[in-house]
Every structure is written in structure tokens, then in C-alpha cells.
Design a protein around this ligand. Structure first.
Ligand code: MLT
Length: 253
């Protein structure tokens, strides 16, 4: 499946993968702000925005990773710096597992390598049912307070809600079930052989405390940056700091 995307810049590709239940626009500030150092490509994962949905419905995190590979093929790009936020990070791990030779570096934002614990898996099924029945927007009431740092400005909240509104309920249902069944990526971390940057929002409320630290500690040579005035969706909450962290990391390479 070839994905649709926004892009800016030229040269080496920085491929950016969004989280759940949103779309490529989480990266709007990175596409605009990093285009002088990379060809920034922010994809829509299958079933939303500029990307088609498969006829058969349901998919896995590995399917998302394969879509990235096909999209790079279509762009005639062999390797890329790969950035993922949250679910996009789960997909980045799957991509690295399947196509390590295609990854020049990893940028892991608000994400974790661990699988869902059993009690969380039940919640994924409920989330999928709610999304399918009432639409993605129906997830906002319970999710939004955990996605943004306390006191997030109204325009940022509206931006996130606009993304919720744009994702079909069936797509969010399929993503929720895909996350429920995702592989444990922790055994792979010690063998990651490309430079890695781990970014967390200092006001993260969704992931357990200390997740970013343990992720960075488990990847050889990884750098950890904490973003002030930001929670789980740091790229829209504090874009300048996120862009500064990514730029500093990419400049070294
Ligand atoms: C995301 O932001 O992609 C999701 O909240 C991740 C998750 O639910 O595990």
C-alpha cells in the first residue's frame, strides 16, 4: 500500500509516522521547520487523510511498517531517518525489526518498546468498539486530558480534535486492535545499531513515569531529551523545542 504524505525540503529523507487516533498533521511544524536539513515526509497511515484503506479492514502494526517500506520504494528511497510518535514509535520498532538496513537513525517520541499488559488489552477492545460505533471523536473525552500537558492552549486542543474528527471510526478500531497485539520490542533494543534519539514531554501523562528513561537506557548510545511545556503530543505543544532536539541530533550525522 502506497501512503499519501506531506513533504518539504530535499536530500536525505526524514520519514515521520504519526500516532493514534490522528494523522500526518501532528508533524506540520516539523515538515515546515526541518525542511532545510532533510526532505521531510510525513505520511498518513492507511485508512485516513491522503491514504487509502485496504478493502479487507483489520490490520497489524507490521502491516503499517510494510506500508512505509512500499511508500519508500515508490519514492525511490532506500534509507531514511525514521521518526515515530507513540503508535508511530511502535511502527518504527516494527520497521526496524523488518528492514534494519533501511533505517539511518531512529527518533522515538512519547513511545515505548513494551507490549500492552493484559489489563490494557481489554481496554483496547472497548476503545475499538466505541470508535466503530460512535466515531473517533467519541474517544476524545477520555483521551484528550492525557494527551496534552496541563494548561495546553485552546488552539492546540482544537488542532488535536480536528485530527480526531478526520479519522474514520473503523480506522481507529483497527489501529486499537493492532496496538493490542503488537510485539514486545524490548528484546531488540540492545541490538539497535543506528543512532537513536528519545524524546519525552516533561508533562507526559499517558505513559508510565520513567518510560523514556528506560527506553533510552536500553538502546546503545541513545540520547534522551525532555521537552518543557509539553505532554504526549510534544510536536504540536512545543514545536520549537522538538525541532531543536531533532535538528541537533540530525546535525551530528
Ligand atoms: C498514541 O498516541 O499513539 C497512543 O495513545 C498510543 C497508545 O495508546 O498506546
Amino acid at each position: 500500500m502506497r501512503l499519501g504524505y506531506d513533504e518539504a525540503g530535499e536530500g536525505r529523507v526524514l520519514l515521520l509516522v504519526h500516532g493514534f487516533p490522528i494523522d500526518r498533521r501532528i508533524w506540520a511544524h516539523q515538515v515546515a521547520g526541518l525542511s532545510d536539513v532533510r526532505r521531510v515526509v510525513a505520511v498518513d497511515l492507511r485508512g485516513r487523510g491522503k491514504s487509502p484503506a485496504p478493502a479487507e479492514g483489520g490490520w497489524t502494526i507490521d502491516d503499517h511498517a510494510d506500508d512505509l517500506a512500499e511508500t519508500l520504494d515508490a519514492l525511490d528511497v532506500q534509507t531514511a531517518d525514521l521518526g515515530g510518535i507513540s503508535m508511530g514509535g511502535y511502527i518504527a520498532f516494527a520497521f526496524y525489526r523488518r528492514y534494519p538496513e533501511r533505517v539511518s537513525s531512529l527518533i522515538l517520541i512519547s513511545t515505548r518498546a513494551t507490549p500492552d499488559p493484559p489489563e490494557y488489552q481489554t481496554g483496547r477492545v472497548t476503545t475499538a468498539e466505541r470508535a466503530r460505533r460512535y466515531g473517533t471523536r467519541a474517544l476524545a473525552g477520555s483521551m484528550l486530558p492525557n494527551l496534552l500537558a496541563e494548561g495546553a492552549p485552546e488552539p492546540v486542543q482544537q488542532q488535536v480534535l480536528a485530527m480526531f474528527d478526520a479519522v474514520p471510526g473503523e480506522t481507529s478500531a483497527a489501529d486499537s486492535l493492532a496496538m493490542k497485539d503488537r510485539a514486545d520490542s524490548t528484546p531488540m533494543l540492545a541490538s539497535i545499531a543506528v543512532p537513536a534519539l528519545v524524546i519525552e514531554g516533561a508533562g507526559e501523562q499517558l505513559l508510565p513515569a520513567g518510560s523514556a528513561r528506560s527506553l533510552a537506557d536500553a538502546i546503545p548510545g541513545a540520547r534522551l531529551v525532555s521537552i518543557p511545556n509539553a505532554g504526549h503530543f510534544a510536536p504540536v505543544e512545543n514545536p520549537d523545542a522538538v525541532n531543536g532536539a531533532i535538528r541537533g541530533f540530525l546535525d551530528l550525522r
